[in-house]
Design a protein around this ligand. Sequence first.
Ligand code: APR
Ligand code: PHB
Length: 386
Amino acid sequence: MKTQVGIVGAGPAGLLLAHLLKAEGIDTVVVERQTQARVLERIRAGVLERTTTDLLRRLDIVTRLDAEGMQHGGFALADGDRLIRIDVAGLTGKHVTVYGQTEVTRDLIEAAAARDVPILWESPVLAIEGIDGDRPVIVHGDHQRLECDFVAGCDGFHGAARAALPDGVRKIFERAYPFGWLGMLADVPPCDHELIYASHDRGFALASMRSPTRSRYYVQVGLDESVEDWSDDRFWDELCLRIGDDAGKRVVRGPALEKSIAPLRSFVSEPMQHGRLFLAGDAAHIVPPTGAKGLNLASSDVAYLSDALIGWYKSGDQAALAGYGAKALARVWKAERFSWYLTKLMHRFPEDGAFERRMQVAELDYIATSDAMRTAIAENYVGLPL
Ligand code: APR
Ligand code: PHB
């Protein structure tokens, strides 16, 4: 089998890239290890930057996004009972859209079927050969071979593409955090019309939502804890304690539809390209979810990568392709910084003492009283320009 750009992974990065290339008449094949059902089961975060919604709009994949996505002009940082509102729209002129990333993936998969973008399901990539030559091959499934001009590794943190870069070339930068997020989904109205990120003495909590009738909540838990330690009642009690009195009183309780614990990690693998292999999304970098940047970074990567590939096919532009990794990494590192900063500010670290806690409280107090600080947070949250 042959194609122009072989794409490994049918997550948001791989699917968006396939659509962006297809729109310019460039052929792709997406090779995915899982079944379609498994890919659509994964519950992911839910805040989209303008960069991401603009890409979906350019692709005309916005019917459900426009009908169901919720425009948010701000969010709050809770510090005990005090709510510090970050007026994102007032400070930046832009909104974010609250819309589940699982729904983005569903929309992209449905559009792929309608637009003849081929996806090979249940076909794990086993090896990527010949990336130093001009005809790389993706070996997948039952040792089938997909010959291409270029390979895009969009196969997430646990994928095969990153490992195809030669050993001496790769540099890893990493920070694993000493806690996780216990997430719960419930069919109850959200406690607020905007998101609340809480930094409490007992630990972090987040009040988010999927729709006016479905809430998504998180609490920080230790790495040694398991879902079984957390009955629904215990979860609701802890959440209400941490998000502050006012919001806590408005929390509507209900049975959990899902509960799971996710670890938090910051990770960057450099470079993002070698020969004819290009990495995008979680294959190259991970952020802790505190800044809601995971899918949005995958979007900016593939915006850059699709531009560079289109330039190469349309006008033989080599420079843009050679510059892809550096351009993507410049934006990636700023999102890494913001995600790490918010994570440090909002969580209790087991190694930290009373002094570090006072530093967090002082910083939150400074944010509450400084337009400059709130602007810095707002412009990063809404997404730095491409
Ligand atoms: N062969 C084929 N496919 C693979 C392989 C492999 N060897 N390894 C992994 N995959 C697939 C996974 O099954 C998954 O569907 O690659 C896909 C990667 O998708 P994501 O993990 O969602 O990564 P990405 O597309 O970069 O998404 C970026 O979007 O939903 C958010 O939070 C998510 O931060 C993430 C962001
Ligand atoms: C979510 O709704 O799941 C969510 C929202 C914002 C975040 C992380 C997760 O920062």
